[in-house]
Design a binder for this molecule. Structure first.
Ligand SMILES: C[S@@+](CC[C@H](N)C(=O)[O-])C[C@H]1O[C@@H](n2cnc3c(N)ncnc32)[C@H](O)[C@@H]1O
Length: 288
């Protein structure tokens, strides 16, 4: 019998979204590149035990499995059975025997304490609903001295979201950044509060030109599941205000248009932390 997950509406929305996207997900090399960089920056090495959170079609898990070798082990977890199906096919075709995929919610995992050398999460952390609580749980699974590596877009990423936030702020509505964490300082604090030492933050500058229609489509995206729950705009503004805000949003994007299109900034962070060898009060707690 196929295992089913008991997901709330938000997470079921994510699982459905990726089940639909799974067949074409590997067409773009963007996610693969991010995974390769995260594996490189976190220094995955031979014989390690790695947990890949939101493994998707297994890009990171496969990269890591090649490095850890037969003496190591990689577990990839995801809530999308469609994505995992592809990941399993790829691993089988490659003949990798040290990687396993589990259909599981990253926010309610049940591994033994101190069981992984590294916990890595690429292109997935913004989806996590309760980031603080989840990081604390992952902290438990990591061996003392173990490494956590999270990739996330910066809060300045995605022009549509940036302009949207600016416009809504004028109406007194504060929207989350597209990374749903916020600034680099907020990311660091999140790590420290969960008990990690932040060892390094790598920043990569990416971006590309998109056409005006793509940029404007951000407006529609915010009112569709799964994120509609967080950005329930119709309950925050009257319909007249929404019409006005949309016109202002579009005008601002039009003003940003160049001959090549609208620049879609995609600054990317890799936040690398470590579980201390011996637990002490974290610096933010001890300061209070
Ligand atoms: C953009 S894909 C990233 C996949 C892979 N890490 C990569 O970089 O190619 C995001 C993945 O996170 C998964 N995901 C989102 N929320 C999750 C959760 N709470 N638990 C496990 N997986 C989750 C989605 O199903 C999806 O496969």
């Amino acid at each position: 019998m196929t295992k089913q997950l008991d997901l709330n509406d938000y997470k079921q929305g994510i699982a459905d979204l990726y089940n639909r996207r799974s067949q074409t997900y590997d067409d773009s090399k963007w996610h693969l590149r991010i995974c390769q960089h995260l594996v490189e920056y976190s220094h995955v090495s031979s014989r390690q035990h790695i947990l890949d959170i939101g493994t998707g079609t297994g890009h990171l898990a496969i990269e890591a499995a090649r490095i850890v070798g037969e003496g190591g082990r990689v577990i990839g977890v995801d809530i999308s059975s469609g994505m995992l199906e592809l990941a399993r096919c790829k691993v089988e075709a490659l003949g990798l025997r040290n990687v396993e995929f589990q259909l599981a919610d990253a926010e309610s995992l049940n591994f033994s304490a101190n069981s992984f050398d590294q916990i890595l999460c690429a292109n997935t952390f913004p989806w996590i609903e309760d980031k603080e609580a989840t990081l604390r749980v992952w902290h438990l699974f990591l061996k003392p001295g173990g490494v956590i590596g999270i990739h996330t877009p910066a809060d300045t990423a995605y022009v549509g979201y940036v302009v949207l936030r600016e416009i809504f702020e004028k109406y007194g509505v504060l929207l989350e950044a597209s990374n749903r964490i916020g600034t680099l300082e907020m990311c660091q604090n999140l790590f420290v509060d969960a008990g990690f030492e932040v060892i390094e933050i790598k920043t990569e500058q990416h971006g590309n030109y998109i056409n005006l229609e793509q940029a404007k489509a951000t407006w529609e995206g915010i009112s569709r599941p799964p994120l509609a729950k967080y950005r329930n705009l119709s309950s925050k503004l009257s319909s007249e205000q929404l019409v006005k805000a949309k016109a202002e949003f579009e005008a601002k994007l039009e003003a940003l248009q160049t001959e090549q299109g609208v620049w879609d900034e995609l600054t990317t962070w890799y936040i690398l932390g470590r579980k201390p060898e011996t637990e002490t009060l974290n610096s933010r707690e001890s300061a209070t």
